[in-house]
Design a protein around this ligand. Structure first.
Ligand code: URA
Length: 237
């Protein structure tokens, strides 16, 4: 099996991340650092180590949904030592990692798993699943802005794919609108950039669903295990 797939199947990282680990010289097979991304692992006899820890194929797969609070990063650690979503999962034994990202200031639905293959699939541009956000933005939207947003607009040099936008509430006194936004792409800070492009900067942002998976009654800062049906649904996307 190709080395990046093997690492993903062990639940250590997504395939893409596994390639980064290889390039960072953090992967050894039988004691030797692997440099070749296409290296083939013999699952029956090779000893594979990542960061000097032996990895094996028999780890239980877990699938979690966290209601992420604002003020947490979705990577393991950063240079500012800000709290990580992994700090909220201290009683989960398995080494899970987030499926995609949410900004430090964004709250809401974040999937985490040690199933690298599923992460790879869900974050691959070909499969990217619909993500639903509720955004509080500055100002009251006019028809032309809504139309531009829906049809796709330029953020930096990139034209976004058609998106869905519903105005849930417009508070003319406070000059704030509440929007439901659905996109299937996952560019960095995409919703914030799209709202800014129509001159309605985001004040608060929360992800409420990924495809058919929703927060249900998972409270902020808490997590739940996905149901079997939810896992099946994600695997069949
Ligand atoms: N879009 C954003 O701007 N931020 C997120 O966290 C997710 C999507």
């Amino acid at each position: 099996m190709r080395i990046n797939k093997y690492i993903a199947s062990c639940g250590v990282a997504s395939r893409r991340k596994a390639e980064e680990l290889i390039l960072d010289k953090k992967v050894r097979v039988n004691g030797n650092i692997i440099e070749e991304l296409s290296y083939q692992v013999d699952e029956n006899k090779d000893i594979v180590e990542v960061d000097n820890i032996k990895i094996t194929l028999d780890e239980r797969m877990v699938y979690l949904l966290l209601n992420k609070p604002e003020g947490y990063i979705t990577t393991v650690k950063d240079q500012f030592d800000r709290p990580s979503v992994l700090d909220l999962l201290s009683d989960v034994k398995e080494r899970v990692f987030p499926v995609g990202r949410l900004d430090y200031e964004t709250s809401g639905l974040l999937l985490l798993t040690n199933d690298g293959d599923l992460t790879y699939k869900l974050t691959h541009p070909k499969h990217e699943i619909d993500k639903t956000y509720v955004a509080k933005v500055k100002g009251i939207l006019i028809e032309d802005e809504i139309k531009n947003f829906r049809e796709g607009l330029y953020i930096e040099n990139y034209k976004t794919a058609p998106a869905k936008l519903k105005v849930l509430d417009s508070d003319k006194v406070k000059n704030i609108s509440t929007l439901e936004i659905k996109i299937h792409e996952g560019k960095n800070r995409q919703v914030r950039k799209m709202c800014k492009a129509i001159n309605h900067p985001v004040l608060r942002l929360k992800r409420v669903a990924m495809g058919k998976i929703s927060l249900k009654n998972c409270k902020i800062g808490e997590y739940r295990y996905l149901t079997e049906d939810e896992v099946k649904y994600l695997k069949n996307i």
